[in-house]
Design a protein around this ligand. Structure first.
Ligand code: SAM
Length: 504
C-alpha cells in the first residue's frame, strides 16, 4: 500500500492524513524505543490527543515520530494522523542507485560515487544524519548503512572514500583499470588535488604503467630542489667512522626516491637479455644504491666541486652530486638514460648546474679543450664480454672483449689525467678519481681482477692509488651457486672495490 491508495490520489503537497498503523513501515533499525517515554506519551495522547502528527513518506516509511507511533500502538489505535512527504522522485532515485550498486561491473570510483549519492538522498528524505549535526535522533547511523552492505563501518567508509578524489581526476580514471583497485583509489583520495592530478596524468598518458610507480613519481613532485635548499649534512652523524668494508643499501633516503624516477622509468629500467640463462626475457638494469653514491660524493669530493661521471647510467652519482651541492657532468652512450636523466634533473634541480652528453665517456670529446677542469670523477663503468649489455651502440663497453675494453679504459684515464685538477698533499686538497669495479670470471683462465687492471692502467697514465673501499654486495647468487662454487673451489664474490686515484 502506498499513500496514493490511502488518499485516492497522489499529491505533491505535504498533507495530513490518517494512516493505518499496521501499514507504516520502518526502513532502518532505529534506536530501541524507551518504554517509559512511550507510556508517558500514551497517557498524554489519551487526555490531550496527538499534538504533532508523525511524518511518513509516500511509501509509508516512517520519517519522524517513532515514540508517538509506539504510543498509538500501545493505546490500541488503528490509525495515526501523519504528515505525508512526497518523496516519489527520491524513492525512484534510491531504487536506481541500489540497482546500480548490485551491478558487478562498477569501478571503485563509481561505487563510491553511488554510495555518497545514496546518502545524500537519504539525507534529503530526512533519514540520514546531515554531516556536522550532533543529534542522531532516530536517524540512520553509519553502522546501519554498513550493515546493509554487509560491511564493517571501516570498510563502508573506505568504499566511500574514492568519491572524495577531485572531480576531473575521477572523470579521467572512472572507466580505467586503475579504478578497479580500491586501496589505490583510497590512497589517491588522500593526496592533495595537485598530486592527484599528477598521478592521474602519469597513468593515463601511459608514462607509468603501474599505480605504484605513478604514486611515487607523482607524490614527490613537490620536493623540488631550489636555490633555497640548504645542504645540512653531518658526515659523522650520517656515516659514523667509515671503514674499509661498507655495506650500502637502497635505503629509504629521499635521494633514492629521486633516483628511482630515472632508475625505475619504464624506458630505462629493463634490458633484453638473450643469453643461455636468460632466454628472451627482460631483466632489470643494475642501478647503484643512492646511499653508496651519496657516500662517495660527500666523503671524497670537494663541496661545490665540478664532478664527472663518464658512464653515468641512470645517474645515481649525478643525483648525489646535485643533492649535495656539486655540479655534475654526465656521459652515457644509451640515449634513453641521458634523456630521462635530463628531464628529471631539469624538473627537480632547476637551480643546479649540470651538463649531460649522449657521447663516449672514454673519449670525453666535448671536454677536449679543457684541462685541470674537474674537481672529482665518480665512475661506475660497465663490465665487458656482454656480462651486462646496455645498448646496441658500438661504443658500449659492455659488448667489448677484455683487450678492447682495457684499451678504452686507458683512453678514459688519459683524458681524465688531463681534466682532473692536481691535488695538493701538504694542503690536504684532494681531487679524487673514483672507479667502482669488480671482477670477471673466465673459466680455465681464472678471474680478471678489475681492481688490479684498473690500478695498472691508471698508474700507467700517471695516477696514484690513494684509497680503496670494499662495498659488500648482498646478491642472492651465493645460495644458488653454492654447489658450483664448491666444486670449482672458489668462493662467491660478494664485494666491489671502489678505488680512488689522485693526480699529484
Ligand atoms: C654500470 S652502468 C652505470 C650505472 C649507474 N651508476 C647507475 O646507478 O645507474 C654503466 C653505464 O655505462 C654506459 N656505457 C657503456 N659504454 C659507454 C661508453 N663508451 N661511454 C659512456 N657510457 C657508456 C652504459 O650505457 C651504462 O649505462
Amino acid at each position: 500500500m502506498t499513500i496514493a491508495d490511502i488518499q485516492g490520489s497522489t499529491s505533491s503537497e505535504d498533507s495530513i492524513v490518517q494512516v493505518p498503523i499496521d501499514k507504516i513501515k520502518i526502513r532502518y533499525r532505529l534506536r530501541t524505543p524507551k518504554q517509559e517515554k512511550i507510556e508517558e506519551l500514551a497517557e498524554s495522547i489519551k487526555t490531550l490527543g496527538l499534538l504533532n502528527p508523525i511524518t511518513v513518506d509516500n511509501e509509508l516509511y516512517l520519517i519522524a515520530g517513532f515514540h508517538r507511533l509506539n504510543a498509538y500502538k500501545l493505546l490500541g489505535y488503528k490509525a495515526i494522523p501523519s504528515i505525508v512527504k512526497d518523496y516519489s522522485h527520491l524513492h525512484s532515485l534510491l531504487g536506481e542507485i541500489d540497482e546500480n550498486l548490485k551491478r558487478a561491473s562498477l569501478s571503485h570510483i563509481e561505487i563510491a560515487e553511488h554510495m555518497v549519492k545514496r546518502e545524500e538522498v537519504l539525507e534529503k528524505m530526512g533519514l540520514r544524519m546531515i554531516s556536522g549535526f550532533n543529534s542522531n535522533k532516530g536517524l540512520i547511523s553509519t553502522q546501519a548503512l554498513a550493515d546493509e552492505f554487509n560491511l564493517s563501518k571501516r570498510q563502508y567508509r573506505m568504499k566511500k572514500q574514492p568519491a572524495s578524489i577531485v572531480d576531473d581526476v575521477r572523470d579521467d580514471l572512472r572507466h580505467t583499470k586503475w579504478s578497479d583497485v580500491l586501496m589505490d583509489m583510497v590512497k589517491l583520495s588522500q593526496q592533495t588535488p595537485e598530486v592527484q592530478r599528477k598521478i592521474s596524468q602519469l597513468l593515463i598518458t601511459g608514462k607509468c604503467s603501474t599505480f605504484k610507480r605513478a604514486f611515487v613519481e607523482g607524490s614527490i613532485q613537490v620536493m623540488r630542489r631550489t636555490k633555497d635548499y640548504k645542504i645540512d649534512f653531518d658526515m659523522k652523524a650520517r656515516w659514523g667512522t667509515p671503514h674499509s668494508i661498507h655495506r650500502f643499501t637502497k635505503s629509504k633516503i629521499e635521494l633514492q626516491e629521486i633516483c628511482n624516477l630515472v632508475a625505475k622509468d619504464e624506458d630505462v629500467a629493463w634490458v633484453k637479455r638473450d643469453g643461455l640463462h636468460f632466454g628472451e626475457t627482460t631483466i632489470p638494469v643494475y642501478g647503484m644504491a643512492a646511499d653508496h653514491a651519496e657516500f662517495l660524493v660527500t666523503y671524497y669530493t670537494p663541496e661545490g666541486g665540478r664532478i664527472l661521471d663518464p658512464f653515468m647510467g641512470r645517474a645515481t652519482n649525478g643525483f648525489a652530486c646535485l643533492e649535495h651541492g656539486r655540479e655534475f657532468i654526465g656521459y652515457d652512450v644509451f640515449d634513453k638514460n641521458v634523456n630521462r636523466t635530463q628531464q628529471v634533473m631539469d624538473e627537480y634541480y632547476p637551480d643546479s648546474k649540470f651538463q649531460l652528453f649522449h657521447s663516449d665517456g672514454t673519449e670525453l670529446a666535448e671536454l677536449k679543450d679543457k684541462s685541470e677542469y674537474l674537481d672529482g670523477v665518480v665512475a661506475d663503468p660497465p663490465y665487458f664480454l656482454k656480462a651486462e649489455k646496455y645498448s646496441k651502440d658500438e661504443r658500449d663497453l659492455s659488448s667489448m672483449s677484455h683487450e678492447e675494453y682495457m684499451e678504452r679504459i686507458k683512453s678514459c684515464f688519459t683524458e681524465l689525467y688531463r681534466l682532473i685538477k692536481t691535488s695538493k698533499f701538504d694542503e690536504k686538497i684532494f681531487y679524487p678519481v673514483i672507479f667502482k669495479v669488480s671482477h670477471q670470471r673466465r673459466g680455465t683462465q681464472g678471474i680478471i681482477d678489475m681492481d688490479m687492471e684498473f690500478q695498472r692502467v691508471a698508474q700507467e697514465c700517471g695516477f696514484v692509488t690513494w684509497d680503496k673501499l670494499f662495498n659488500k654486495l648482498h646478491s642472492p647468487w651465493g645460495t644458488v651457486n653454492w654447489e658450483r662454487n664448491y666444486m670449482n673451489k672458489y668462493v662467491q664474490k660478494n664485494y666491489e672495490v671502489n678505488i680512488t686515484f689522485i693526480k699529484f
